[in-house]
Design a protein around this ligand. Structure first.
Ligand SMILES: NC(=O)CC[C@H](N)C(=O)O
Length: 354
């Protein structure tokens, strides 16, 4: 018997089974990742989205806190063909609705054809199709979430010490924990700073690298971070991951645009245009850089040619659209963090450095 409903744009209401009760609304997206559900569900980039797993059985190796990327679940709801009890219980504890017994093969095909769309969910003994439709009617478009940075960033800055060889200013636009740990493991002290940090605060910190994190929503809604990059590029090495790449491109005269259904998964092939080498990458984004501005496109997605890496040797900028920090996913691109800190080392050794 159905006790959950998923209303999607276009008028369809799908029946489902409740695994964690409640109502929710958000942008309906899918990931093809077959592992890493704890990492994905705690990735702040999924804020205001409803995450559909295309892999049919999700939750089969339990829920362990050491795999979390942040302190809470960020998608507004989770959908799968079959969710395990462990996973459903955790989502219920977190107050995040979850539904299964959905024909996710059909749903994913619809998202691929129609694009990421708004949806509404109602789940639980008293849920009705009308409740799901009401949620859908209240759902905002992703770029209308103009204050999304405030929902996911730190309120107060803090430092994670890694030996002090470098000081990295990490602008937390919804950062995954693995970005900090990847830098700390390589000897950097990471200063995790709010998404609306001002140029004066960066000036005072005097970091070796300005690093813009991943995060949810439309990069156009992260104006303060764009201003920071504009202000310090050429003076301090600049790095960015995912939303960070998009913000850095916008700061350097580039443009971003929404994709139809985005890239979400752990086997997205990326070609490095300098070496010709292809690596498998973890991805989770719905926007892309349409114009790179002053930056050179150094890596592209093999499936659709969208920019995956942007660089400027002259300005000291290196960004990635995918997630080199992995978690979940392949570790093939961890050397990105060596390259970022390499820029700081080169800058420190240059005669013009103070
Ligand atoms: N993982 C991310 O940083 C996502 C970036 C951005 N919110 C997008 O959807 O494109």
């Amino acid at each position: 018997m159905s006790d959950a409903y998923l209303a999607i744009e276009g008028g369809r209401v799908l029946e489902a089974r409740t695994r964690a009760p409640g109502t929710a609304r958000g942008e309906l997206v899918f990931t093809t990742a077959y592992t890493g559900y704890e990492e994905s569900l705690t990735d702040p980039s999924y804020e205001e989205q409803v995450l559909t797993f295309s892999y049919p059985l999700v939750g089969n190796y339990g829920v362990r806190e050491e795999r979390f990327e942040s302190e809470r679940v960020h998608p507004r709801a989770a959908i799968a063909l079959e969710l395990t009890d462990d996973l459903a219980d955790w989502l219920a504890e977190q107050g995040v609705p979850a539904i299964d017994h959905v024909d996710t093969r059909d749903l994913v095909t619809e998202i691929r054809d129609e694009g990421a769309m708004k949806c509404g969910i109602a789940a639980g003994p008293d849920a009705t199709p009308e409740d799901a439709r009401e949620e859908l009617a209240e759902c905002k478009g992703m770029s209308e979430h103009v204050d999304i940075g405030a929902q996911v960033s730190v309120e107060e800055s803090y430092t994670v010490e890694g030996g002090g060889e470098f000081d990295v200013a990490l602008i937390d636009c919804g950062a995954k924990g693995s970005i900090t740990s990847s830098l700390v493991e390589r000897g950097a002290d990471v200063h995790v700073l709010p998404y609306d940090t001002t140029p004066a605060e960066i000036e005072e910190l005097d970091p070796d690298v300005l690093f813009v994190s991943n995060g949810p929503g439309d990069p156009a809604n992260f104006e303060a971070a764009r201003v920071l990059v504009e202000e310090f590029v050429g003076e301090i090495p600049v790095a960015g991951i995912c939303l960070g790449q998009q913000i850095v491109a916008r700061a350097l005269g580039g443009e971003t645009e929404k994709m139809t259904f985005g890239h979400r998964g752990v086997n997205q092939p990326v070609r490095d245009l300098r070496s010709g080498k292809v690596v498998m990458t973890t991805q989770n984004h719905g926007y892309t850089v349409a114009e790179p501005g002053d930056l050179e496109v150094t890596q592209i997605n093999v499936n659709d040619d969208t920019p995956e890496g942007l660089e400027s040797d002259e300005l000291g900028v290196i960004t990635r659209q995918y997630h080199p920090e992995a978690n979940p996913g392949p570790h093939d691109s961890l050397d990105f963090f060596d390259d970022v800190l390499g820029m700081a080392r080169t800058q420190a050794a240059s005669p013009s450095a103070d």
